[in-house]
Design a binder for this molecule. Structure first.
Ligand code: GLU
Length: 324
């Protein structure tokens, strides 16, 4: 069975100080990576990639920035609009953008979309207040739930689940649209009963939600979830390891996606080659930049969860390394 391995790791979450690169290359090419909320993992993916790229700006001339964004769907839309050169996106949203489905139905297929590599697994994560009475995913009905900001991957995946179960926003006592970085606080302030986040573990947001107040992580299981995983290659069953978070001693069963790094045919082979090279030539260093990267394996990252064709720059590097 497909299974997302989430490493147990309890290191402090720190991205460290950003490297500064010498300004020596005559012409600099600025590239922008779309990430997610500041307490998630995408932000660290983007910051980490840029940190490695910018160490060699003097040689290749590429200068990389990775601001916080609304998440996967916002990143894919910004790539399509030419506002970003690269971005992080959930595997289900990569597939939907490529094929013009779900959140991308109006925009149509994104033929220029290219996969670069996959990153960490992202379980669909539901956290509920202990006093809410919520113990299963079904129990969300009638409760105050943060279903995620439009533009986030969790919102798009939640929309898929709601459609599958025949739920509408009116089935919740409140369906708020707070951004990922705001939701742990809203949960602990008792403004919502539950939050959903599709995110790598461990991460700062779920740490906040499980240490600042009394909460539990809720399993997301059922025959329809099994069917969803069986029907779609970009979903897999997932486990959030017991003991990773405060007050959550047992393994929690759910399903999930993979985080993927994407670009488009409008970005040159050379730029993507240099970005991929910066990551994989310094892979051990990259892996140390966030505990959610702990289980990453280089060769698996060339295929896992990728549905768009690989970018030419990635193909060049992977071929050089003998991975394809
Ligand atoms: N999976 C989330 C999204 O697509 C982002 C998670 C993160 O920021 O790490 O919006």
């Amino acid at each position: 069975m497909k299974h997302l391995a989430v490493a147990v790791f309890s290191a402090t979450l720190a991205i460290g100080s950003l490297a500064t690169a010498p300004i020596a290359h005559a012409q600099q090419t600025f590239v922008n990576i779309g990430t997610g909320g500041q307490t998630g993992v995408y932000f660290v993916v983007g910051q980490s990639i840029c940190r490695l790229v910018n160490r060699n700006t003097a040689e290749h001339g590429i200068r990389c920035t990775a601001p916080s964004t609304g998440g996967s769907v916002a990143n894919l839309n910004a790539l399509r609009a030419g506002e970003q050169e690269m971005g992080v996106a959930q595997s289900d949203q990569q597939y939907n953008a490529l094929n013009g489905l779900g959140a991308f139905a109006n925009a149509g297929p994104m033929e220029e979309l290219r996969a670069v590599f996959s990153v960490h697994p992202e379980p669909f994560t539901v956290v509920a207040r202990a006093d809410s009475g919520i113990t299963t995913f079904e129990d969300l009905v009638g409760k105050r739930v943060n279903i995620g900001n439009p533009g986030s991957g969790q919102r798009a995946t939640m929309d898929t689940l709601m459609e599958m179960r025949g739920w509408s926003r009116g089935d919740f006592a409140l369906a708020s649209e707070l951004r990922a970085a705001e939701q742990a606080q809203a949960l602990c302030d008792n403004r919502v009963d539950a939050i959903v986040y599709v995110v790598g573990h461990p991460n700062g947001s779920i740490q906040e939600a499980t240490t600042s107040c009394d909460t539990r992580i809720i399993p997301v299981t059922g025959e329809d979830i099994d069917q969803l995983v069986a029907d779609n290659p970009y979903y897999a069953v997932a486990t959030i390891p017991g003991g990773m978070y405060n007050n959550n001693p047992d393994d929690i069963q759910t399903f999930g996606v993979g985080a993927t790094f994407v670009s488009t045919t409008n970005v040159s082979e050379e730029i993507i080659y240099q970005v991929v090279k910066a990551v994989f030539d310094n892979f051990d260093r990259f892996k140390r930049l966030h505990p959610a990267f702990e289980g990453l394996q280089e060769e698996a990252m060339t295929t896992n969860g990728l549905s768009a064709p690989l970018h030419d720059g990635a193909v060049r590097y992977f071929t050089e390394r003998g991975w394809m």
